[in-house]
Design a protein around this ligand. Structure first.
Ligand code: PEP
Ligand code: MN
Length: 336
């Protein structure tokens, strides 16, 4: 169960509440986020929740029997909207476009990408400076210096940055230069990293693990939330199946399902989802129709020369066509 506390609950009232739950054999965890204070109760006994809900200091109480609780829509009916700026919001009713290269490669590449995004009204730029690569001999990113350079140029153009963090130790150094921390598929269940991102006051885009279930994704998000950060979005980026015709299998089903299970925004990554440039557009459009709140795309001035993931990266002209179609698809879906 989720118990939302009154802002001015006294120490004595909180103690009493926890004692009462202990008597009922409920284990409690207190959660304080940037927005509210909660007590999560986990137990087996059927209880009349009104007996807890009427205790002084309790604002609200909800029964949530799933393993994930705070990220569930069962208690928070209103969807989470993540505000990056007055005019950049992510969540139900808005459409977020994020695009950029797989890896940040050079100053020139950053400038060209920013010019392309600005010309197309895309306000959030993706790019990796710490790259998880299957081979240790592949390009592994420009690191913090690359991020600083990118940040300076993006800020000047009013563009926000989403980039992957791979280790707890990187968070502090990166925080001043990042607008959204991305947790990659390979770190989707790195619980130490998730705990640490719970303590950061920056939004987090959490990708689904390569063979992660939807339930595991939601529980991973619960780590971040229960450590204090409510500003989370989930990302479907394809899973590994027996199919070998493409890199991953984009699980469009997951988008529809997640929109029902959680109040968090759901973002689609069709670039990794299918991994082949020629199919990125139709898959991206399908994801929007299934309910995605946004799409994150790999784009590059010369995809064939990209340091990583060129085979799934759109050229600028290809991306331009897709941005327009995605916006149209979103309008159409909202009109249904
Ligand atoms: C990426 O976004 O470039 C990336 C490495 O993604 P994923 O973690 O989904 O593989
Ligand atoms: Mn990539």
């Amino acid at each position: 169960m989720i118990i939302q506390l009154d802002q001015n609950i006294t120490g004595a009232q909180l103690k009493k509440l926890k004692e009462r739950l202990k008597e009922l054999q409920y284990k409690t965890t207190q959660v304080s986020t940037q927005y509210a204070d909660y007590v999560i109760g986990v137990g087996k006994k059927e209880i009349d929740i009104r007996s807890i809900g009427t205790l002084p200091g309790v604002r609200d109480i909800h029964r949530v029997s799933d393993d994930y609780k705070l990220v569930s829509k069962k208690w928070r009916v209103e969807d989470t909207i993540i505000k990056l700026e007055e005019d950049i919001e992510i969540g139900t009713g808005r459409f977020a476009l994020m695009a950029g290269p797989c890896s940040i490669e050079s100053e020139e590449q950053v400038e060209k990408t920013i010019a392309h995004l600005a010309a197309n009204g895309v306000r959030i730029m993706r790019g990796g400076v710490y790259k998880p690569r299957s081979s240790p001999y592949s390009f592994r990113g420009l690191g913090i210096e690359g991020l600083k350079l990118w940040h300076e140029k993006a800020r000047a153009a009013g563009i926000r940055i989403i980039t992957e963090v791979m280790m707890v130790e990187q968070i502090e150094d990166m925080a001043d230069y990042v607008d959204i921390f991305q947790v990659g598929a390979r770190n989707s269940q790195n619980f130490n990293l998730l705990d640490a991102l719970g303590e950061v006051d920056k939004p987090v885009l959490l990708k689904r693990g390569i063979s992660g279930t939807i339930d595991e994704l939601l529980q991973a998000a619960e780590y971040i939330f229960s450590n204090g950060n409510e500003r989370i979005m989930l990302c479907e980026r394809g899973i590994r199946t027996y199919e070998t015709a493409y890199r991953n299998t984009m699980d469009i089903n997951a988008i529809a399902l997640l929109k029902e299970k959680t109040h968090l925004p759901v973002i689609a990554d069709p670039s990794h989802g299918i991994g082949l440039r020629r199919y990125v557009s139709p898959v991206a459009l399908a994801a929007v129709m299934a309910g995605a709140d946004g799409v994150i795309l790999e784009v590059h001035e010369q995809p064939e020369k990209a340091f990583s993931d060129g085979q799934q990266t759109l050229s600028f002209p290809e991306a331009e066509v897709l941005y327009k179609r995605l916006r149209q698809a979103f309008e159409l879906r909202e009109a249904f």
